[in-house]
Unconditional design. Structure first.
Length: 278
């Protein structure tokens, strides 16, 4: 499990999915305005198909010559696995990258923002497809080799460092159909829950004169942090120039990372393997 201090905005956004309906006593500082962007950039968002197809043609005429016809890289990097794409929301970061000096020196492009949005829609939908989140059918999903899936689960995938098919994943093949199973492998659902849910983002707050305090992270901005404890109580702190220190831990970080490295074949094999775990 990697501990990392997540980018504050990304975290604030992620928290929107965690926030409980009850009123949260807020610390100082403004509440985030407007509807929150999706938690992991635009890549889990479903874009309207018209934007995706416009994006494909804009991509093909402006980017494919260097980044490859399928965006998997050519003389220029793979854009499906690029961290710029991963952190992009609706073309904003892609657009910034295109305008930046580094990219301007390799390709003098100046595309209108709506075209960059379409290209982002296309790239994000490709990320979804390659992770098996597009429209999938059971027959297409269960094309993998369960033996190879088992080997990956215990080997390269390191899934068995957190899971066991006779423990927490016992019977998983009977609980979900193949497309849902595949979706859970890529990104298990994040629930707010009660107590300390296994899939909730946690944070440890270290103030100068007291012991570190760990709880479920309900809110983190530049100005304040709110934790919830197993008994349901909450505490908030005002943050002043980075004090107190807040370190977040995301139990699903491994799954977020998997999304960038998992090959389609690994995914199919894993799904076939777990579908057989009764
Ligand atoms: C003439 C070739 C060329 C064209 C055309 C081109 N790029 Fe690039 N691009 C590159 C090269 C080379 C790099 C790597 C150097 C760099 O990061 O600046 C790059 C890097 C990038 C990166 C950063 C990748 C990473 O993970 O670091 C993004 C994002 C990107 N390009 C998007 C685009 C998009 C979107 C288009 C089309 C609108 C496009 N590029 C058109 C050559 C090109
Ligand atoms: C570093 C720990 C870690 C690793 C490594 C990891 N996972 Fe997970 N996984 C989790 C956590 C935490 C959850 C959420 C558990 C919960 O909600 O109770 C989860 C949930 C899941 C679920 C959903 C279970 C359910 O009942 O809904 C599946 C399926 C799954 N992981 C498969 C995998 C596979 C396959 C791999 C290897 C490619 C893997 N995981 C690697 C931590 C990990």
């Amino acid at each position: 499990m990697t501990k990392r201090v997540l980018c504050l905005t990304a975290l604030t956004i992620a928290l929107a999915t965690l926030a409980t309906p009850q009123a949260i006593p807020l610390g100082r500082g403004p509440a985030p305005a407007g509807p929150p962007p999706p938690p992991f950039g635009g890549r889990l968002k479903v874009y309207e198909s018209a934007a995706v197809s416009r994006g494909l043609s804009a991509y093909t005429s402006n980017c494919a010559s260097c980044h490859g016809a399928t965006a998997r890289g050519n003389t220029a990097p793979d854009l499906i696995r690029s961290s710029v794409t991963m952190h992009d929301t609706d073309g904003v970061q892609l657009g910034d990258n295109l305008k930046a000096a580094a990219h301007q020196t390799v390709a003098k492009l100046s595309l209108p923002a709506d075209q960059v949005y379409d290209i982002a829609a296309y790239l994000h939908s490709r990320v979804s497809d390659s992770a098996g989140r597009g429209q999938v059918h059971t027959a297409e999903v269960l094309v993998g080799d369960p033996k190879a899936g088992e080997a990956y689960f215990k080997g390269a995938g390191r899934c068995n460092t957190c899971h066991s098919v006779t423990g927490d994943l016992k019977g998983i093949g009977g609980r979900f159909d193949a497309p849902s199973l595949q979706e859970r492998i890529v990104m298990p659902p994040r629930t707010a829950g009660k107590g300390m849910p296994a899939n909730a983002i946690k944070a440890t707050v270290t103030s100068q004169n007291s012991a570190p305090v760990t709880g479920v992270l309900l809110r983190l901005t530049d100005f304040d942090v709110i934790l919830r404890f197993p008994d349901g109580s909450q505490q908030s702190w005002t943050i002043n120039h980075g004090v107190p220190k807040v370190v977040t831990t995301d139990p699903l970080q491994a799954h977020i990372d998997i999304m960038t490295t998992l090959k389609d074949s690994d995914m199919h094999n894993l799904t076939a393997y777990l579908a057989g775990v009764k």
